[in-house]
Design a protein around this ligand. Structure first.
Ligand SMILES: NC(=O)c1ccc[n+]([C@@H]2O[C@H](COP(=O)([O-])OP(=O)(O)OC[C@H]3O[C@@H](n4cnc5c(N)ncnc54)[C@H](O)[C@@H]3O)[C@@H](O)[C@H]2O)c1
Length: 217
């Protein structure tokens, strides 16, 4: 039975982007349908896990037929909110802020970067693709007539909380934080912290295991 989406666990939500990505690859290869078993082989989750995950949103598969790839892709896009439009601002126009602004794929998925905000005068006035780098002191005024959905923090850790507080005042609805520090936000603000180093450290762990095995077979 279809659950209220609010009851769906974050563990399931965090698996949805992977389904979404794989289904897109299948569509690009003109695959029109797939069984949960085949999907399991591609994704690495068990077939039963996949069925359970998708059942949270009403199923979509048919016994003996499997999943219609394009239909499932569209449904997961909708569930993930990727059929909507999100006004986004980036604070910190250094290496990472510029890289995110430059990545046009986010734009295609509905994340529209309105502007970057900086405190370094040497960066203020630049354009990253068509996106202007504005003075951080202009942020409040800039947001007065606009609805900003997402604030992206790409500053150094020391300034991240101050920036988060500024974003909350606009107000934004969500903060995507890249600074490697815990920021405190009101409960109604959605928060995602990205620690690229967590993923890199998994690589270093696995490489170290390999090395240890080679040295002590
Ligand atoms: N570059 C990466 O690959 C990477 C990876 C993981 C995490 N991070 C984290 O992301 C953050 C940004 O990294 P980076 O490499 O882009 O750093 P960076 O030094 O190149 O850029 C940070 C920018 O933020 C600006 N800034 C600082 N305080 C500000 C404020 N209050 N208002 C407006 N602008 C402000 C600085 O002037 C600077 O231009 C850091 O916290 C870093 O630890 C970066």
């Amino acid at each position: 039975m279809k659950k209220d989406h609010k009851d769906v666990s974050m563990a399931v939500i965090r698996r949805l982007p992977k389904y979404h990505r794989r289904l897109k690859e299948l569509m690009e290869k003109d695959v029109t349908r797939i069984s949960s078993k085949e999907l399991s082989g591609m994704i690495g989750f068990t077939a039963s896990q996949i069925r359970q995950d998708l059942n949270c949103f009403g199923g979509f598969g048919q016994q003996g037929y499997g999943y219609d790839v394009s239909e499932l892709y569209t449904e997961i896009s909708r569930i993930l909110g990727l059929t909507e439009h999100y006004n986004t601002v980036i604070v910190g126009a250094g290496n990472l802020g510029q890289a995110i602004a430059n990545y046009s794929n986010f734009e295609k998925k509905g994340f529209h970067v309105l502007a970057l905000f900086e405190k370094n005068p040497r960066l203020i006035g630049l354009k990253i693709r068509d996106v202007p780098v504005l003075d951080i002191d202009e942020l409040e005024e800039f947001a007065k007539n606009k609805s900003v959905d997402i604030g992206v923090i790409c500053t150094n850790s020391e300034n991240a909380q101050d920036v988060a507080d500024q974003l909350v005042k606009l107000p934004v609805k969500a903060v995507w934080n890249f600074a490697p520090v815990d920021i405190i936000l009101p409960e109604n603000i959605v928060q995602e912290n990205v620690h690229l180093s967590d993923s890199l450290f998994v690589i270093s762990y696995l490489l170290k295991m390999q090395r240890d095995e080679q040295q002590n077979p």
